[in-house]
Design a protein around this ligand. Sequence first.
Ligand code: NDP
Ligand code: OXD
Length: 308
Amino acid sequence: MSLVFYSLTDDPQPWREALARALPALPFHVWPQVPAPEAVHYTLVWKPPRGWHRQFPNLRAILSLGAGVDALLEDPDLPAVPITRLVDGGLARQMAEYALYAVLHFHRRMPEYARQQRARQWRILEPNAVEDSVVGVLGLGVLGAEAARLVAAAGFPVCGWSRTPRRIPGVDGLWGEDGLAALQRRARIVVNFLPLTPATRGLLDARFFSRLQPGACLVNVARGAHLVEADLLAALDGGHLGGAMLDVFAEEPLPPGHPFWTHPRVVLTPHVAGITLAAEAAAQVIQNLRRLEAGEPPQGVVDRSAGY
Ligand code: NDP
Ligand code: OXD
């Protein structure tokens, strides 16, 4: 029995140490140093290549190093074993902070002040009233709900959209087609926390933007493929959207020649809204490995039919 770690962006060392302390009998291998693929029962992974899991014939579970599992589910050769994802695991606070920061950025008209600074222009702009800065959160799951709560606690009116009805104190819960239309009418700042599934891919397109009020702003912390990038550029350049703060992209790292890098209405970060930290997430992974070893169902199991 052993576990294989695969990630091009996460340091295996703190995971090795945390798992060795809690589960000393479970050998921990970092791919590609895997002495006996047939002994591998578990993988702990972030974005392994397609078909990668096929080399482990006795796999019992796949443990994701992230909350979003779209990259795993896109693999047509993924074995039919349970997949667990991070359920918060220290991500929720980080993601909520990012969302609140983005909301304040647009609410306080920082993009316009940044443009004025570049032009050495000293000009006072009319402040936005907090009741007008309605925030629409797409996705009220573990991360979106935490962000919605933090933004609402900061005094902003918040509405949120989910697939099934969700009740969160201080947040106007919306769902279904009508719910999305209501969010689009009301929100000045839209923050995307949806998982990437066939139903949500490309949701943020020209049609979506045309239904937002003029000057609305977009924050995307979910997945790049939710967004039709050319449609966002057209909505920003045409003046219908006021700005965008983007953490995720169709292609990551964002190619050097991409227009987002220099667009005056785009602020971007390199997929850091929520970073998986072993110190916070390992406990959840360890608990799931213990459950699996005891023959109990793990927690945070992905519903493959729903796609998240
Ligand atoms: P959850 O699975 O907990 O929540 C997903 C939410 O989206 C739920 O409220 C769900 O509805 C809703 N939803 C799903 N499909 C639809 C749909 N078709 N229409 C309307 N609502 C829908 O996910 P998390 O909150 O844990 O994570 C969300 C995403 O955040 C991840 O999938 C990942 O892509 C992204 N992420 C980004 C990070 C970054 O650093 N940028 C870091 C971590 C995650 P319902 O409640 O009814 O199920
Ligand atoms: C995640 C991510 O899904 O980092 O956890 O994007």
